[in-house]
Every structure is written in C-alpha cells, then in structure tokens.
Write a protein that binds this ligand. Structure first.
Ligand code: SF4
Length: 328
C-alpha cells in the first residue's frame, strides 16, 4: 500500500531525498511526463525502457521509479537484484488496464497462427504472453524485420498499431486499447492553433489517434520528439504528447517556444496524465525512507516476460532508445 504523506511539514524534502539517495544507494528515475520538480532531482530523465536500461547499468541497490507501474515492473524485470520502489502504486495506465492477461490469452488462443507484438505499456503478465515487445522507438524497426506474410496481433494500443498498419501496409489485428491522454487531443483545436502559428511544425506521439497524427510533421516517441525539437530550424513547436515533456525542451532550448496541443475545449488539463501526476516529492521521500511500495515479480513470470523484452533488444538493439519513428 502507498504510504500517505503525513506530518512532513517542516522537512526540506529535496535535501532529505538527496540524503536518502546516498544512504540507500538509490538511483532516481523520472519519466518525461513527471512533474518538473521530480524531473529536476532525478538522476535520469527519459522514456520508460531507456530509464530501466540505464538503471540496470548502475551499481545502485535501489531504483526509485517516478513513472507508472508497468515502467517500474520493467525496471524490476531487468534488475531483479535491485529493490524497485514506485512512489504511488496506484500509478497505473489506461493501456495496461485495457488489456487484462486472461482476455489477452483468450484472444491469442483464438488466433494461433498470429505472433503477438506488444507495446511495452502493458502488465508483466501480458509481456509474458507476448512474443516481442516494442517501444514507440523500436516498433518500426522491429516490424520491418517481420516477413509480410506473418500474421500479427498488436496490442494494447490501437492507435500505435493503426499508425504502423498504415505506414507499413500491414493488417495487424489490433487490441482495442487507448491512452486516455493522447486520445483527448482535439483535431479542431489543433487546427485552430496551427492557424495561429502557421510556421510551427507539429510533433505528435503515435499514441495519438489518426486524426491528430495525420497533421503531424513528425511522429515519434517522447525521446524522438525531444530530438526533433533540438534539430528543427524554426523557433516554435506544437507538441502533441503529455505536456510535462515541455519542461525538458525548455531546459535544453530556452530560446525556443513549445506549445502543448489542446484538448477538447482548447484549455483543459485532459492531456496531463492522471496516473503520472500521482507521484509527488512527498511520496518519493517516503518511498526512499521506507523502501516501499516495492515492486515484486514472481521469478518464473519475470523470466517469461524477459524473453519478449530480450527479443525486442535482439531485433532492435541499434535503435532502441533513439526515439525515431520518422514521418507518417
Ligand atoms: S500517458 Fe497514457 S500511456 Fe502514458 S502512462 Fe499515462 S495513460 Fe498510460
């Protein structure tokens, strides 16, 4: 259970987190969608697999993963010898929730001639039921290596799967999951924003629906969008992904302007991930102090899930983490 942040008034949380980081031999990871104050004190900021791989390469004894549960589980799969804590165990993901392992197993059983290519945003159990995991950075490279005649189930994100189907002319069977954050972008409001900034390119995450991706000048993972922002010639970018990534953009490129793509009423907070937002400095402090809540995975399950992650790394080791899906 997640500890409640009580009686912490008067504590210098940043100093206490720094003290515990050393005392616990901990590495603090922050996903790009975390609130800025967490990004600013993390040892590494990045996307989910990149963070897990960086943490695995350290000699830290504790990983404090400021992200969501499937990300912390991925870190545990890659670093079973380390203690992995997640500041709030309720930090889930709508994509993971959309894909219960029993239903996924039944779907697979209905299509025995299909392999399962599965987006990393899923539970450890679903990873264990999959053949190859992909990230938004590696999906294109991996799909290009699978013969066109091979039938594929792609889950749980139907928008990423649909994007890949359109780009590669494939006919993958799509699990009907969505990211509630990327689903919330409004095409009408995006076009209004574009009319106000006609020279600003649009960069979109492939978890966005087709009616958003189709307007994008660049489609890619969070790392890919960040790299695109660094390389672009103009000084303004419209960003269609969770807006907390703009913090890293503004740190790296203070002279450029980054505008978050709007949601349905043009001014809502519906593009802020409610799961990521559950993590706070208070909960991070408590997680390091109490080494709880911990991520634990049964060893047989971990090894099964690791097979599909290893398959991904073997197929895409040259590109994983570079974040480039290119143009649609
Ligand atoms: S932004 Fe979407 S995909 Fe990412 S953790 Fe939140 S709900 Fe899941």
């Amino acid at each position: 259970m997640t500890a409640q942040p009580t009686n912490l008034s008067g504590l210098d949380l940043r100093a206490e987190i720094d003290r515990l980081r050393i005392e616990r031999k901990a590495v603090i990871l922050a996903h790009y969608y975390q609130r800025p104050e967490i990004q600013d004190l993390a040892d590494f900021v990045g996307d989910s697999l990149e963070l897990s791989r960086k943490a695995a390469a350290t000699d830290a004894e504790v990983i404090a993963f400021c992200g969501v549960k499937f990300m912390a589980e991925t870190a545990k799969i890659l670093s079973p010898e380390k203690i992995v804590v997640l500041p709030d165990l309720d930090a889930g993901c709508s994509l993971e929730d959309s894909c219960p392992p029993d239903k996924f197993a039944a779907f697979r059983a209905q299509h025995p001639d299909h392999i399962a290519l599965t987006y990393i945003n899923c539970s450890t159990e679903v990873k264990a039921l999959s053949d190859v995991i992909v990230t938004s950075s590696s999906a294109e490279t991996i799909l290009a290596k699978i013969p066109p005649e091979q039938k594929i189930i792609f889950g749980p994100d139907r928008h990423l799967g649909g994007y890949l189907n359109r780009k590669f002319g494939r006919d993958m069977l799509l699990w009907p999951g969505v990211c509630i954050v990327h689903e919330a972008f409004s095409e009408t409001e995006l076009l209004k924003l574009k009319a106000q900034h006609p020279d600003a390119p649009i960069a979109a995450h492939p978890e966005c629906p087709a009616h958003i991706v189709d307007h994008a000048d660049y489609v890619g993972s969070t790392s890919g969008i960040l790299n695109y922002a660094k390389a672009m010639e103009g000084d303004t970018l419209i960003v269609a992904t969770e807006p907390h990534i703009i913090h890293q953009m503004e740190l790296a490129m203070p002279g450029k302007t980054f505008i978050g793509a709007p949601g349905a009423d043009g001014n809502c907070n519906c593009n802020i991930c409610p799961y990521m937002a559950l993590n706070t400095l208070e909960k991070l402090y408590l997680a390091l102090r109490d080494l709880s809540p911990r991520i634990e995975i049964e060893e047989g399950l971990r090894l099964e899930a690791k097979k599909s992650l290893d398959a991904m790394l073997a197929m895409a080791s040259a590109t994983v983490g570079q974040g480039d899906l290119g143009r649609p």
